[in-house]
Design a protein around this ligand. Structure first.
Ligand code: COS
Length: 388
């Protein structure tokens, strides 16, 4: 997108966040749902197509541009971004990076317009961080594969029109190589949902189990058309997703820093604004450093990604640092607000719970540490261990 058009888009997003989303944060928390009219406005703004290439009806943003947009959405309740986040990120990117022409042509325009929401189904009851151990079975039966098993904590499952499902097509091959990624339309018979998950925070986001009971999916729906490549497809989708999450975290650092500063100016104790106290200033300064460093790291890795130069360890570093930073900044925000920050109707209490998930989903902080350290140790000649 040319600079001027992107500038206009970013301005529109900023205004949308300020005028429509921030004022609706309390409503989302109270109703545990994003209002339908806001979802419609998101469709009209083209938000579902941010990362879909222009030739398939999307906006075709670069990672740097997408990160700038995610940063703005990070400045409000994450539930808003979650509505289109799986479609922009992990739900669609498998098709974008590894899909056949026919798959892209059939599905990407519908995702970009928001006609169908995409959901990414990797995690299972017994396979979280160890994603290569997934067991959901996909057994070949003529022209179709029959999928049986359960996926867990699947964001946007009940509102999804399409699932990217990682399944084991080769039961003989353990680990990553026996896995294929399938495009599964949500109306395919045999798909059902568990109860809505009750979570610590991020009210208004929708997650639940997805149960596959003899779900017949055409072999032609394997992303890329070749079985056995699904794990790599999932990892590539997660690479982009992790930068997006890091940008979201950096945006929330910025919001929470603003909350800290405004409160420190307005709140008076010992006869003056608490911002005059150096111990408060220390927390504000540390938060500013975290927010700044997170933003710079995200900007750097996003431009490397666009140049095809981002290593998995660069992406993991950004995700790890920015999400941990958001945790620290949220903790200081509660501390500066004192008792008021512990009350459930305060924004900082809510965001404190919301940011906790950043360090867990799309790869825990510990998985990011492993990715970072292993890349250095492998290049220094350390052979892979048989088990972690
Ligand atoms: N891009 C492309 N290929 C990748 C890749 C990436 N980012 N990361 C790994 N691969 C490839 C490897 O190169 C390897 O290929 P070969 O077999 O051809 O050598 C294959 O995938 C297996 O990789 P690896 O051996 O590193 O797999 P592990 O089982 O050790 O798992 C981790 C690696 C732990 C990093 C992975 O399982 C992971 O990311 N786990 C977290 C899962 C997650 O984020 N879950 C959240 C769900 S979405 S909310």
């Amino acid at each position: 997108m040319d600079r001027e058009t992107f500038g206009l888009l970013l301005d529109t997003v900023r205004r949308f966040v300020e005028a429509r989303l921030i004022p609706n944060e309390d409503r989302v928390e109270a109703e545990d749902a994003v209002p339908d009219e806001i979802i419609t406005e998101m469709r009209d703004l083209g938000l579902f197509g941010l990362s879909v290439p222009v030739e398939y009806g999307g906006l075709g943003l670069t990672m740097a541009e997408e990160s700038a947009v995610a940063f703005e959405f990070g400045r409000t309740a994450f539930a808003f971004r979650s509505v289109f986040g799986t479609t922009v990120g992990i739900g669609s990117q498998g098709i974008v990076v590894d899909g056949t022409e026919a798959q892209k042509g059939e599905w990407l325009p519908r995702l970009a317009s928001g006609e169908r929401i995409a959901s990414f189904a990797l995690t299972e009851p017994d396979a979280g961080s160890d994603a290569a151990s997934i067991r959901l079975a996909a057994k070949r039966d003529g022209d179709v594969y029959r999928l049986n098993g359960t996926k867990r904590y699947i964001t946007n499952a009940p509102r999804a029109g399409l699932f990217t499902v990682m399944a084991r097509t080769d039961p003989e091959t353990e680990g990553a190589r026996g896995i294929s990624a399938f495009i599964v339309p949500a109306e395919t018979p045999g798909i059902s949902f568990g109860k809505a998950d009750k979570k610590m925070g991020q009210r208004g986001t929708v997650t639940c189990d997805v149960i596959f009971n003899d779900v017949a999916v055409p072999a032609a729906n394997i992303i890329g058309g070749v079985p056995g490549r699904g794990f790599k497809t999932a990892m590539k989708a997660l690479d982009r997703g992790r930068i997006h999450i890091a940008a979201l975290a950096a945006g929330m650092c910025d919001r929470l820093l603003n909350e800290q500063v405004s409160y420190a100016v307005e709140r008076r104790q010992f006869g003056q604004a608490i911002g005059n106290f150096q111990l408060i200033q220390g927390m504000i300064a540390d938060s500013r450093v975290d927010a700044y460093a997170a933003r710079v790291l995200v900007t750097d890795v996003a431009s490397k990604f666009d140049a095809g130069e981002a290593q998995a360890a660069d992406i993991a570093s950004a995700k790890y640092f920015a999400t941990e930073a958001a945790g620290r900044v949220a903790d200081r925000a509660v501390q500066i607000h004192g008792g008021a920050g512990y009350m459930v109707d305060s924004k900082v209490e809510r965001f404190y719970r919301d940011v906790r998930l950043l360090r867990i989903y799309e790869g825990t902080s510990q998985i990011q540490q492993v990715i970072i350290a292993k890349s250095l140790l492998r290049s220094a000649g350390l052979p892979p261990a048989s088990a972690a």
